[in-house]
Design a binder for this molecule. Structure first.
Ligand code: FAD
Length: 393
């Protein structure tokens, strides 16, 4: 069993053989992956040591103190947060070996082809079809709100392979090469003015059966792993005190006494405490994750993150008065990352509106908490046993 001393000494060896000051960033990240220090809880040979997840904090602290580059999880959030845990759990050895290293290093960006115009909250209603043709699948359909599709090399994709079964069955999970013929990515401008996400049209895309993830018809089960991890990755990333949205507001409060009012002071203090409670609850959730896959509690974290971001960014706009209404850039940028703290108050205010929609809406997450955490009766579902092709649309 790997322990703290061993992990620390492996980290020191990596730093000695690849001094951060003189090593190219990508070379350093590749060496870190090969040393098993990327995600220590992953298996040996796949960037890990098969060690307890909690030891990652030891590695991260040593590397940060030495000024080593990190793999910028924001840019590659979908790969790290959603694709990787799903591939690790359901992938073949070949898929894991081929895909995880470039994913972690950031050489290959991932996107998520789940949502469709008629299948968002009710994701199991999806209509994108995959039809078997020898050792390939031919995929036709339309996806929407696909973050990072414009920079992605790979996508996790769910498609219907048997429309005669009820909607949660007959779905299969694929790994789609975004450079394949028939994949068309069109920008979608959002409330911030940017096109951070896209529509993706799939026309006769041929996906080899070797890029299927999990058994035919069991894509819904595979997708649950992705979705549970998505909520933790959106709501529960590790941040220092005042490292999230509350940071810029607290800074403005300290530096600009002329903006202060008694009422704003009271609200800022309430939100500061809520932000700190959410941050520490996230830390607790990560400790629980040491024991395995995330549970429905991650939905609670994601809910809290969305509510807080919207309240804090609203307070910030009020605090800044007329200045808060200024917007820094209305050109249709196509960003690779969502930079909450590096932009203006107006950007934070507008972008946080998406927090209660992306990764599952707050209303749907409340349903999950009610049913799976509190054990309350589930929503009535009349379409559970009807073949997907017979559902009214
Ligand atoms: C910034 C952003 C990035 C995104 N990135 C991606 C991505 O990369 N890949 C991807 O696949 N998707 C992505 N999405 C899509 C996102 O997951 C969906 O928008 C979301 O699941 C909601 O689906 P919908 O938009 O179809 O809304 P709908 O499902 O039509 O919901 C409309 C409203 O009805 C409510 N509602 C629906 N069902 C219920 C219910 N049972 N009980 C109570 N209320 C209900 C919803 O909460 C919502 O308020 C992104 C969305 C955003 C905003």
């Amino acid at each position: 069993m790997t322990d703290t001393t061993e992990v620390r000494s492996l980290t020191k060896e990596l730093l000695a053989s690849h001094p951060p000051a003189t090593t190219d960033r990508t070379d350093f990240l590749k060496a870190r992956f090969d040393a098993g220090l990327a995600w220590v809880h992953y298996p040996v040979g796949l960037g890990g040591l098969g060690a307890p997840r909690s030891l990652q904090a030891v590695v991260d602290a040593e590397l940060a103190a030495a000024g080593a580059p990190d793999n910028d999880p924001r840019r590659i959030g979908i790969g790290l947060g959603m694709a990787a845990p799903t591939i690790l759990r359901f992938g073949t050895d070949e898929q894991k070996r081929r895909l995880l290293r470039p994913l972690w290093v950031g050489e290959e960006v991932w996107c998520q082809l789940f949502s469709e115009p008629g299948a968002g909250s009710d994701l199991a209603a999806l209509g994108t079809r995959a039809v078997r043709d020898g050792d390939h699948w031919v995929v036709d359909g339309q996806k929407v709100w696909t973050s990072s599709a414009h920079v992605a090399r790979w996508a996790i994709l769910i498609a219907r392979t048997d429309p005669t079964l009820p909607k949660h069955q007959g779905i299969t999970y694929f790994l789609c090469d975004m450079t394949d013929p028939g994949v068309e990515v069109r920008p979608l401008r959002q409330i911030t003015g940017e096109a951070e996400f896209n529509e993706v049209f799939l026309t006769g895309v041929r996906i080899p059966d070797s890029r299927r993830l999990g058994p035919v018809g069991e894509g819904w089960k595979v997708a649950q792993t992705t979705l549970m991890n998505e909520r933790v990755s959106i709501g529960g990333s590790r941040i220092p005190r005042e490292g999230g949205m509350i940071g810029p507001v607290a800074k403005t409060w300290r530096e600009r006494p002329e903006l202060r009012t008694h009422e704003l002071h009271r609200r800022l203090l309430d939100l500061w405490v809520d932000a700190e409670v959410a941050r520490l609850a996230g830390e607790r959730l990560r400790q629980q994750l040491v024991a395995g896959q995330p549970g429905p509690e991650g939905s609670g974290m994601k809910l809290a993150f969305a509510r807080l971001n919207q309240e804090i960014s609203g307070l910030e706009v009020e605090l800044r008065g007329d200045e808060g209404l200024l917007y820094d850039d209305w050109t249709m940028r196509r960003p690779e990352l969502v930079d909450f703290t590096g932009r203006d108050a107006g950007y934070r205010y507008l972008r946080s509106k998406g927090n209660s929609i992306e990764g599952g809406t707050s209303e749907v997450l409340l349903n999950i908490v009610a049913e799976r955490v509190l054990g309350l009766p589930s929503e009535p579902r009349s379409d559970k046993d009807i073949a997907w092709k017979d559902l009214s649309r």
